[in-house]
Design a protein around this ligand. Structure first.
Ligand code: TYD
Length: 136
């Protein structure tokens, strides 16, 4: 749980003068079975998203194009990451609040997720999230 479960993953990169190639295999390059893929695109430059945590979901977040910042927060510590490489993924585990900020124009944010979309898996209220993660 928490930020110990979150790290940058260096994905395989096949460099080629015709264009580079990166691949991702479930349970090898990401430590979970991939059940869902989604992506954010046409995001206005400078805008922000995120602002939630998941109870059980694992995700790998990749800046497929452009760049953005992700601030992870487990209720104790906040840790910023700048994503701007197509071969770098950020693994975000359960019970971690994330804010995604400062998208460059034309950025594409790819997310691989360990489960299907389920609204009951979200904390969308920061205070409710803090109540859940902070020791009583
Ligand atoms: P949300 O997770 O709130 O995006 P962000 O935190 O990046 O702003 O999702 C935005 C909307 O899209 C919300 O109404 C739920 C819906 N949605 C799906 O229907 N399926 C999905 O897989 C995702 C990620 C979101």
């Amino acid at each position: 749980m928490g930020l110990d479960n979150c790290c940058l993953v260096d994905l395989p990169k096949i460099t080629d003068p015709r264009g580079n190639l990166t691949f991702i295999e479930a349970n090898r390059h990401v430590p979970f079975e991939i059940k869902r893929v989604y992506y954010l695109y046409d995001v206005p430059g400078g805008s922000d998203r995120g602002g939630h945590a998941h109870k059980r979901l694992h995700q790998l977040i990749i800046a497929l194009a452009g760049s953005f910042e992700i601030v992870l927060d487990d209720g104790q510590t906040k840790k910023p990451f700048h994503l701007n490489r197509s071969y770098l993924g950020l693994h975000v585990g359960p019970m971690v609040w994330r804010e995604i900020r400062n998208f460059s124009s034309g950025a594409v944010c790819l997310v691989l997720a360990s489960d299907f979309y389920d609204e009951t898996d979200y904390y969308r209220d920061y205070h409710a999230f803090l109540e859940a993660v902070r020791p009583k």
